[in-house]
Design a protein around this ligand. Structure first.
Ligand code: NAD
Length: 495
């Protein structure tokens, strides 16, 4: 049985003998085990990261950029392999896994521009013969803790930029699908990254707490569920670290009566059921405004019931299984709760059995109509293929729903009215907004992050926000005073 170890100082290694099973979600079978690292593993990791960072920070940004460029080529050459590793442990379709690796690769491409991105500001003559400029310096050792749903893309929102900025990086991937992180680290070594600059440590809450308590770690980047995000934010800040902690979501897609209905339905189907709804930018609520409700529900039902639910090995699969048996049970319990709460169950994904995959963690596309804001299926993040339709009379009621929800990750509106779309863009309390676009995920050169309970901290991920998060700002004021009259000044200088 394959044992997934840590990747420290360019080597696969682990000291702890504790391990956890990793399953194939399509069959429920055990694929491998992953080490649950102990204190000794952590000490060896942190020593390696600390030592390597001191040397790495001395490399010029151009040299770092060239290594990133080699890395970009290696990822491109290994996309199929990386996608297979993701699909095998996560269960998502191969094409979807490939897409997620490409979205991560785009962050590497962005980070290749680091000589340009680290250029500071310069002002000549801020005072007479005085110049001022800014420098962005690395933080030191940075850490990232990541969720199961994007084992390539989410870590790649973090470490390429952190490392480009001159930091070393410790990644603690999800224990549910940890293999991709190891392959990504091996490829970075192959690209010429010095040993120890990118270490991967596997484990559970124990290692997360070691990271949060370590005095050697300067920053923590987290992506995962909201309760854990809050815990990370509070504990890391208490230990005086810089922190960005991205949490859960409940993304609304508002359909106005003047929307192109077929486009809206296609958007809802892909964003609601793609990756079995296990995306932080999945659409889990469709808000039908005015008289569009009946037609919207009919069209969603027709398309959703024809989706092909199958393992990733089937090239025609539209969506795969959920990540674990426990998660399948949780999603199914929400479907039962929705029925009890009085929502109308239009399509029921429970009790789906695929021949040959009876022990897999599959739940079929599920659709609720007549959902209200007081129901748990509306309030909670379910993180499965369960879509709720809420009907309202007016645009203002739709906006109120979006703004009063505890989560503020993404939201989108389908309309042909420019004034409404402009109003929505400026009034919604949401970090990432779409206009006739179902999943408004920002590209690598913009920044990814939500509002409210979807992000704790000051900075979103990647883009300029990433550069700022992974560097400290220094501002220099300078003059060369050969002919200036000497003597102390007791008044604050002004121009
Ligand atoms: P999770 O919070 O259970 O786990 C995330 C990470 O935290 C893992 O590495 C895990 O080992 C660790 N962890 C889990 N419980 C912990 C605890 N009690 N103390 C310390 N560490 C702990 O999340 P998940 O189930 O892996 O991922 C799904 C969640 O991630 C969803 O809520 C989803 O919305 C969210 N997510 C958010 C974004 C975003 O950008 N906002 C992106 C992807 C996923």
């Amino acid at each position: 049985m394959n044992k997934i170890q840590n990747y420290i100082s360019g080597k696969l290694q682990s000291i702890s003998t504790n391990q956890l099973d990793v399953h194939d979600p399509s069959t429920g079978e055990k694929l491998s085990t992953v080490v649950l690292s102990n204190k000794e593993d952590f000490i060896s990791c942190i020593q390696s990261s600390k030592k390597s960072q001191l040397e790495w920070a001395k490399e010029t940004p151009l040299k770092r950029s060239r290594i990133l460029s080699n890395y970009k080529n290696l990822i491109e050459n290994n996309i199929s392999l990386l996608a297979e590793i993701v699909s095998k442990e996560h269960g998502k379709t191969l094409e979807d896994a490939k897409g997620s690796v490409i979205r991560g690769l785009e962050v590497v491409e962005f980070a290749c521009g680091i000589p340009h991105l680290l250029k500071g500001e310069f002002s000549q003559n801020v005072g007479t013969n005085i110049d001022s400029w800014s420098i962005r310096s690395p933080l030191g050792v940075c850490a990232g803790i990541t969720p199961f749903n994007f084992p390539a893309m989410v870590p790649m929102w973090m470490y390429p930029i952190a490392i480009a900025c001159g930091n070393s990086f410790i990644l603690k991937p999800s224990e549910k699908d940890p293999s991709c992180a190891i392959k990504l680290a091996e490829l970075f070594s192959e690209a010429g990254l010095p040993d120890g600059v990118f270490n991967v440590i596997n484990g559970d809450k124990f290692i997360v707490d070691e990271i949060l308590n370590s005095k050697e770690i300067s920053s923590v980047s987290f992506v995962g569920s909201t309760n854990v995000a809050k815990y990370i934010y509070e504990k890391a800040a208490k230990n005086l670290k810089r922190v960005q902690a991205l949490g859960g979501a409940k993304n609304h897609l508002v359909v106005m009566p003047d929307a192109n209905l077929d486009q809206a339905v296609d958007g809802i189907i892909g964003a609601g059921y793609g990756s079995a709804g296990e995306r932080c930018m999945a659409i889990s609520v469709a808000v039908a405004v005015g008289n569009i409700g009946d037609a919207l529900v009919d069209k969603i039902k027709l398309k959703a019931e024809n989706l092909k639910v199958a393992p990733w090995t089937d090239p025609e699969s539209d969506m795969g299984p959920l990540i674990s048996k426990e998660h399948k049970e949780k999603v199914e319990s929400y479907i039962s709760r929705g029925e009890k709460e009085g929502a109308k169950l239009v399509l029921d994904g429970r009790n789906l059995k695929l021949q040959g995959y009876e022990e897999g963690y599959f739940v079929g596309p599920t659709l609720f109509d007549e959902v209200t804001a007081s129901m748990d299926i509306y309030k909670d993040e379910i993180f499965g293929p369960v879509l709720s339709v809420v009907r309202v009379d007016t645009y203002d009621q739709a906006l109120k729903l979006v703004n009063e929800h505890q989560y503020g990750n993404g939201s989108t509106i389908y309309t042909s009215d420019g004034e409404i779309s402009r109003n929505f863009t400026s009034k919604c309390e949401i970090g990432m907004v779409g206009i006739n676009v179902p999943i408004p995920v920002p590209m690598a050169f913009h920044s990814f992050g939500g509002w409210k309970s979807s992000l704790f901290g000051d900075h979103a991920m990647h883009g300029t926000e990433g550069i700022h998060f992974f560097t400290k700002l220094k501002t220099v004021t300078s003059r060369w005073p050969k002919s200036i009259k000497s003597g102390p000044e007791f008044v604050i200088p002004t121009n």
